[in-house]
Design a protein around this ligand. Structure first.
Ligand code: NAP
Length: 413
């Protein structure tokens, strides 16, 4: 049996494998988890309990998750004198699917971000952010329930590629000189410069993932969100490659908005595009016309948080970074250290990330039970302090009590 960070894999579990590009999920998969720093401990405890309860209710003992702790952040530093031990990265690479709580970002250099390291090492090219409303959650919108979108954001390119030069350095002056002299570009010599690469490879695999998600989950449309009116060869190309992909690979199952006309053919996913600034208006004004949104990196970053705010905030928003052979699921908020170990914060973001993880594994019954448990618990107004302070007539519960209420609110198999 393999070991990571000198901790052997549990002998009662079986590792997940990938064969011919498909996940092979045993009935007792070993799933590595990072509990996270600060309130990560509180929300992980509740999440693990809810996940175990949902699996037990869905499969009555036929399946179960064998959790395996791996370490990053403060706990790793205290135990192994490293913020991100190699064994942690290896475990996620070899065990394929993992879940993590939030991590402290240490002040001062020397720490590679776990997310960036994982993204690069495992080719987690899509950031998957579902955004839907849970009845009763305070929202600034009149009808927040109309928004139910899944954002698939490209995770590896665009202005996030990390290719930039600081103003005034010999490097940036060399780049500016090249662009001025060789390419005829007009750039002020006192500029900093960043590069925005967007490739066919990066765009098509992301859009393919978004379309497959729409097809597998009976979603009506995929919208390509871009700023191609201005950035023609990067964002405009993202849109064009998306439509090209539809012709090449999805001609039988998808139709473009232009082809569909006023009466789209039943059973086909409609692929359309919107300019990014218009998209921000559309999600506010006509939210029910949108479904899966496929975006380049920067648009997706802004749009995910804006949509999350519409339905009641980041405290509830789950997320996952996924590739063809890996998935890493996580809360989207930070460690909220002032509440650490007080059993008070809202665990919904990590619990819903757990639900996404089960959906990714194909254990859709588990995912549905978790969603049901959360929906009912919030509708009963049994909520943690953050929602309690905004909801009239609610009962304030602890993190652990909220988790227990979710488990109680799941119907059996
Ligand atoms: P934060 O941890 O997200 O907390 C900011 C505020 O958001 C909290 O004070 C609290 O607001 C509210 N909040 C966050 N999580 C909550 C939850 N589960 N339930 C209820 N309320 C919640 O942001 P931060 O204070 O800027 O960052 C703290 C640390 O987390 C930093 O080290 C940062 O680098 C790290 N971080 C990690 C990740 C990650 O690992 N993915 C992401 C972001 C930040 P109230 O005080 O109003 O109740």
């Amino acid at each position: 049996m393999a070991a990571y960070n000198d901790i052997p894999l549990p002998s009662d579990g079986t590792p997940i494998t990938v064969e011919n590009g498909k996940f092979v999920i045993p009935d007792n998969p070993i799933i590595p988890f990072i509990e996270g720093d600060g309130t990560g401990r509180d929300i992980w405890r509740a999440t693990r309990m809810v996940c175990d309860a949902a699996v037990a209710k869905a499969y009555g003992g036929r399946r179960r998750v064998v959790w395996y702790e791996i370490f990053a952040g403060e706990k790793a530093f205290n135990k192994f004198n490293s913020w991100l031990p190699q064994g942690t990265l290896d475990a996620i690479r070899e065990l394929h699917i993992a879940i993590k709580g939030p991590l402290t970002t240490p002040v001062g250099g020397g720490f590679r971000s776990l997310n960036v390291s994982l993204r690069q090492m495992l080719n987690l090219y899509a950031c998957w952010r579902p955004v839907r409303y849970y009845a009763g959650v305070p929202s600034p919108m009149k009808r927040p329930e109309l928004l139910d979108v899944v954002i698939m954001r490209e995770n590896t390119e665009d202005v996030y590629a990390g290719i930039e030069w600081r103003q005034g350095t010999p490097e940036v002056l060399k780049v500016i000189e090249f662009l001025q002299k060789e390419m005829g570009a007009k750039i002020r010599t006192d500029s900093g410069v960043g590069i925005k690469p967007i490739s066919i490879t990066g765009s098509k695999r992301l859009i393919r993932r978004a379309i497959r998600y729409a097809l597998d989950n009976n979603r009506r449309s995929v919208t390509l969100v871009h700023k191609g009116n201005i950035m023609k060869f990067t964002e405009g190309a993202f849109r064009d490659w998306g439509y090209e992909l539809v012709k090449e690979e999805f001609a039988d199952t998808c139709v473009t908005e232009a082809e569909a006309g006023a009466t789209p053919p039943a059973g086909k996913v409609i692929v359309k595009d919107r300019i990014a600034d218009s998209m921000f208006q559309q999600v506010l004004l006509r939210p029910d016309e949108y479904d899966v949104l496929a975006t380049p990196n920067l648009n997706g970053d802004y749009l995910s948080d804006a949509c999350a705010a519409q339905v009641g905030g980041l405290g509830m928003a789950p997320g996952g970074n996924i590739g063809d052979e890996h998935g890493c699921f996580e809360a989207t908020h930070g460690t909220a250290p002032k509440y650490a170990d007080q059993d008070v914060v809202n665990p919904s973001s990590l619990i819903l990330s757990g639900s996404m993880m089960f959906q990714f594994m194909g254990w859709k019954e588990v995912s549905a039970l978790i969603e049901q448990g959360i929906t009912r618990t919030i509708a009963q107004k049994r909520v943690t302090y953050d929602l309690h302070r905004l909801m009239e007539g609610a009962t304030k519960v602890k993190t652990s009590e909220f988790g227990a209420a979710i488990a109680e609110n799941m119907d059996g198999a």
